[in-house]
Design a protein around this ligand. Structure first.
Ligand SMILES: [Mn+2]
Length: 347
């Protein structure tokens, strides 16, 4: 074990080099001393302050097509026990000396949609005060406006959500004003986030969009969209991918990453509420996450991975979600480690 730690190079996202080759064979460090059921990655929990909080929000009210997101967070936690603890961004296996806390799940209380969302906001507010890095597992995307309301209290925001750039990986634009008469629908999540005052949205992977949403996108300067078709085009995909990378490198200020797993190709997430063909590859999602954390001017305050639905025929959907959540955590911790090392050098 020690030998692995000594010989495994440290790659913070910011110092990321393209020399992962040869390291994979060394990754035999995925040994959990004690597999703890119900905890993300099966890792032991911590008492008191934590560096990362895993927040399960089994919120499901407005799913229009499939259903089962209410069971998504728990399934994702279960699948995470099979995720490797080794990540090339970190010099040690996860938790890499940090404190991960899998919080008790949101209790689902509330007699109406508005009440439930208010309760989600209250639940989140303990973890969105800047004391730790929150990773939300959902639950349907309709919880996004509650996240934004809770985020308003974050010290980096100072009540002003217009500072926030929402980076949204999603098959859908979620820009409808209402869906079947319901303005809190998951199909309206991004539109409601704008209503809450979010300054800008960068949408990635969109490929199922209504005329109303396309018109809104064209006219509203707050939303930029990088459609899946452009990013994956056989002829021009590389150019558009590079444009997206440049845009992410250009972000300056606080960011919330909202990762609707249906942004990935439907083949990778067959059980999500509305799987859509023609989506992002797994490695594209990983590169997007790493690019965000590699930008020194971009402060990712937290993230969600939503629309997780457990599969009846196999756990691919929730496992994909667990791997991406783990990548977000690893990238955040690598930056934290780099900050700490800098501070130690300075003092
Ligand atoms: Mn969505």
């Amino acid at each position: 074990m020690n030998n692995v730690e000594k010989t495994t190079p440290f790659h913070s996202p910011r110092a990321r080099a393209n020399d992962y080759a040869g390291q994979v064979g060394e990754a035999d460090g995925c040994v959990r001393m004690e597999m703890l059921e119900g905890n993300f990655l099966g890792l032991a929990d911590v008492d008191g302050p934590c560096d990362v909080a895993i927040l399960q929000i089994p919120y499901e009210l407005t799913t229009s097509y499939g259903e089962g997101t209410v069971d998504g967070p728990r399934a994702c936690i279960a699948a995470s026990s099979q995720v490797e603890l080794y990540d090339p961004l970190l010099p040690e296996d996860l938790p890499a000396g940090f404190r991960l806390h899998t919080a008790p799940a949101w209790d689902g209380e509330g007699d109406s949609l508005a009440e439930q969302l208010a309760n989600v906001e209250t639940y989140l507010s303990d973890y969105l005060d800047g004391s730790c890095f929150p990773v939300v597992l959902g639950g349907e995307h309709g919880l996004l406006p509650a996240e934004m309301r809770a985020l308003r209290a974050h010290p980096d925001i100072e009540g002003d959500l217009s500072r926030v750039t929402l980076v949204q990986i999603d098959a859908h634009a979620d820009l409808r004003d209402e869906m079947n008469g319901e303005r809190a629908s998951h199909a309206c999540a991004a539109r409601r986030a704008l209503d809450e005052g979010v300054g800008g949205i960068i949408q990635i992977g969109v490929r199922a969009i209504s005329r109303e949403e396309a018109l809104f996108l064209a006219e509203d300067g707050r939303v930029e969209c990088f459609p899946a078709r452009d990013l994956l085009s056989t002829c021009s995909g590389e150019r558009d991918w590079n444009l997206l990378q440049a845009r992410l490198a250009d972000i300056d200020g606080p960011v919330w990453l909202t990762l609707d797993i249906d942004g990935l190709d439907g083949g990778l997430v067959p059980n999500t509420g509305t799987p859509v063909p023609g989506g992002l590859h797994y490695w594209q999602a990983v590169e997007l996450i790493e690019a965000l954390f590699a930008n020194p001017d971009c402060r990712v305050l937290g993230a969600d991975v939503v629309e997780i639905v457990p599969g009846k025929e196999g756990p691919l959907t929730e496992f994909t979600a667990a791997m991406l959540a783990t990548k977000v955590i690893a990238a955040h911790l690598a930056n934290l480690l780099e900050q700490r090392e800098k501070q130690e050098v300075e003092t």
